[in-house]
Design a protein around this ligand. Sequence first.
Ligand SMILES: [Mn+2]
Length: 323
Amino acid sequence: MIEQIAEIINKHDKFLVITHVNPDGDAIGSLLGMYLALREMGKTAAPVLGTKFPALFEFLPGKDDVLIGLESINFDPTYIISLDVAAENRISPQVDALRETATLINVDHHPTNPGYGNINHIQRHANSTTQLVYEILEKAGHPLSIDVGKCLYTGLITDTGCFKFAGVTSKTFELAAKLLEPGVDNYEITRYLFEEFAVSRLALEKLMLERLEILLDGKLVLSHLDLEDFEEIGADLSEGENLVNRLRETRGVEVGGLITKLSDNLCKVSLRSKGLIDVSAIASELGGGGHRRAAGIKASMSPQKLRIRLLELISTALSQSQK
Ligand SMILES: [Mn+2]
């Protein structure tokens, strides 16, 4: 499959590059890395998001070319490259209408990805989708530039929690070395991602910690934020990214969960597990998806109801894991 995708990007033109709702570092890194590489290859290409560009990643090259919504694309795409999107309904913006004339290439590392593309390249053991983008570009014979390296490295370090998470092997560091090779400065990127948070993020973290509940004999830690909190603090939704990791980093805790209320009947949930519990299975039950140790849900449910459902599902999963 990788050969086929490499050949397509070498031989064809007019690419639309897309990713998922609430894009994280891997989503934005893949989007911009693929887009910039296509431009370097002399192709017509556009990176598109469904909502505004997340402030956290504004240091990345190519972000000024990102289009918001499909209206502003000035060519008819032949191929749509979907990157890091676990399920078709998580593509943002939705591209259903374009699929009548364009071929959808689905490149992802989420094990729950059902293969909704016309061409699917799903590698569940890849540390990040940017790894897959790197491998496609390498297969296509396109040399890595410093700008593309910055984007792809960003995806790798965000999805591995700076090489802390499970799944990191010697291969991960080999890839990191290749991505830094063109002259990418590791600290320039980690500083922006992890040491330049706005005070607003600290305020969000404070609220999250004030509201946390320690449940199921200390194995589950849940907390919640509301869209109004973000508005009052003046924080972008993307600033809540990975705050949930904080909830897992305590001895004995198996699962951390952060519920963000977007409206009375719509919530976003981020789940993190140490590995005993497969949170992607819990997320799937509620219409979401992800990985064993990190998963997400967007559900049309009140936060109270969602909290109860999560408690039930995680409690059942915990008792099954002890059998
Ligand atoms: Mn990813």
